[in-house]
Design a protein around this ligand. Structure first.
Ligand code: FAD
Ligand code: SF4
Length: 488
């Protein structure tokens, strides 16, 4: 029987945490949403229907035990709720903040209440609350192993996939070293996603925790330059590659090659003003905090990276910010909620708008630095706007003096990171066994965007956990095999 503390969706309306006023939030890069108080978290959690077959659990890539921790939250048993939430998720409060819940656990196909017209349970906000309160109350502890094992595993890439795998392997007793070309761990969570979605302190305390459990971190190490995969294989019992997907896709249109244009991720990284940050496009970072100030910014692309670029440009004081997307607003990839935030903050959208060519006097700036990339003369974009409901097709041109191409990225090719023997699929992602993360080279595993193509943090965490189990199985089977050989 469901508890009486639950199913209160008729008397209690869905109320996500309040967001800061637009004029306030545009002044800084801090997170825009507040956090639930204890009473708010209890009230919102108590709306859960406690379905017999919970689809939210199914559509969460980590298969979080959502109805169970919602019930514990509603009853005020926050520590138990947190324990349950963290048992399936290495970064619960981070997923609570940045998961596109409207496509996952809170989608209308995932939450029965949404289907019934009551509005979905605020699952992500409750998960964030549980993680944050656990930190405040001191319930979050490093997962040190009960027993040490001698095998040493190398992980290359300190994003959510690599760090989740590191935490899981360390908890099983393995010696774990994580290598990354950036100076600090965190991957795109630290060097990519802007602070107004995820403040850097939230990722730092989680990565610090994983290091406190005994994981070693080695920054400034670039696979393919500092060492090749074969070097790591000689030294370590198993290797996990979690390098992400950083190769920006290039715009294939007339004039693009002669235009000063920056790719979306390089722009976001430069805007973070992190010392010695490595940009994917090979251009130098410099101080990019005010890159868009006073400029007319045009972003080509309509996904979540494009939304982050648009909202970053607004915060840098751009004179105007326009998003140009070739399809309609309902056909774009990415979260509806992120689009609504960008709209609310003042971004102008050109939907069904296909950029045909660009005219500009400046030359390609890919070999220059970030400032010269956007400091060229004015560019004119020639755009075909397709016919759509209530409008006719027409051609228009807009002028901009700062162009960003946010049309996606793909994983680097294995030969670029010194691992030419690895098999890839047609999208350039590594081919792995879905149950273990094993690649075609024995003892080499892969996880996250490198094996999936650009995706989400929550999928990277899941892949990291899967690969950690795959590595554990591989190493235990190897040890058993060696023992039986020794006996024979
Ligand atoms: P990454 O996080 O990319 O980590 C890979 C690591 O490998 C990096 O630290 C990198 O420095 C390192 N590396 C790469 N090459 C080498 C090399 N040769 N040698 C050594 N180290 C190397 N997801 C969400 O869920 N919600 C969001 O709101 C969201 N917003 C996003 C916004 C932007 C702008 C971008 C680009 C992505 C966003 N994502 C979001 C996607 C999410 O960040 C990624 O799916 C996730 O970080 C992938 O994790 P990963 O561990 O596979 O790779
Ligand atoms: Fe929802 Fe993401 Fe949390 Fe899963 S991890 S319950 S999808 S917010």
């Amino acid at each position: 029987m469901p508890s009486r503390s639950m199913q209160r969706y008729v008397e209690i309306a869905r109320e996500p945490p309040a967001e800061r006023e637009v004029h306030e939030r545009l002044k800084d890069f801090q997170e825009i949403a507040a956090r639930f108080t204890e009473a708010e978290a209890q009230r919102q959690a108590s709306r859960c229907e406690q379905c017999g077959v919970p689809y939210c659990h199914h559509f969460c890539p980590l298969h979080n035990n959502i109805p169970d921790w919602l019930k514990l939250t509603a009853e005020g048993r926050f520590e138990e709720a947190y324990e349950l939430a963290q048992s399936t998720n290495n970064l619960p409060e981070i997923c609570g903040k940045i998961c596109p819940q409207d496509r996952l656990c809170e989608a209308k196909w995932a939450c029965t209440l949404e289907q019934a017209g009551h509005g979905t349970v605020t699952i992500g906000a409750v998960e964030q609350f549980l993680g944050d309160i656990a930190w405040e109350k001191g319930w979050v502890k490093p997962r040190r192993p009960r027993q040490e094992r001698s095998e040493h595993v190398a992980i290359v890439g300190a994003g959510p996939a690599g760090m989740a795998a590191a935490e899981e392997l360390r908890a099983k007793g393995y010696q774990v070293s994580v290598f990354d070309r950036q100076r600090e761990p965190g991957g795109l969570l630290r060097y990519g996603i802007p602070g107004f979605k995820l403040e850097k302190s939230a990722i730092k305390r989680r990565t610090d925790l994983i290091l406190q459990a005994g994981v070693r971190f080695i920054g400034g190490f670039e696979l393919g330059r500092t060492a090749a995969l074969a070097d790591l294989q000689k030294e370590y019992a198993a290797v996990l590659l979690a390098l992400g997907a950083y190769r920006p896709k290039r715009l294939q249109l007339v004039g693009a090659e002669k235009t000063a244009m920056i790719d979306g991720l390089s722009y976001l990284l430069a805007s973070m003003d992190e010392p010695e940050v490595v940009l994917p496009s090979g251009i130098a970072a410099e101080n990019g905090k005010a890159l868009a100030r006073g400029r007319h910014v045009a972003v080509i692309g309509g996904g979540d990276t494009a939304m982050d670029c648009l909202r970053t440009a607004l915060r840098q004081g751009a004179a105007s910010v326009t998003c140009i997307y070739r399809r309609g607003e309902w056909d774009r990839p990415g979260s509806r909620r992120e689009l609504e935030k960008a709209e609310k903050e003042g971004v102008e959208f050109l939907w069904n708008a296909e950029t045909r060519s660009i005219q500009s006097q400046s030359v390609s700036m890919i070999e220059g630095n970030v400032h010269s990339c956007v400091g060229g003369s004015k560019a004119t974009l020639f755009i075909d706007q397709h016919a759509h409901i209530g409008r006719e097709a027409y051609r228009l041109c807009i002028e901009a003096d700062f162009l960003i191409a946010a049309i996606g990225s793909e994983p680097a090719l294995p030969k670029e990171y010194g691992a030419p023997g690895l098999a890839t699929n047609h999208k350039g992602a590594l081919v792995v066994e879905s149950q273990t993360g094993a690649t075609n080279i024995p003892g080499v595993f892969a996880a996250g965007d490198l094996a999936r193509g650009p995706s989400l943090a929550v999928w990277a965490i899941r892949d990291g956990r899967t690969a950690a189990n795959g590595i554990h199985r591989f190493l235990t089977m190897q040890a058993t095999h060696e023992r039986s050989l020794a006996k024979a």
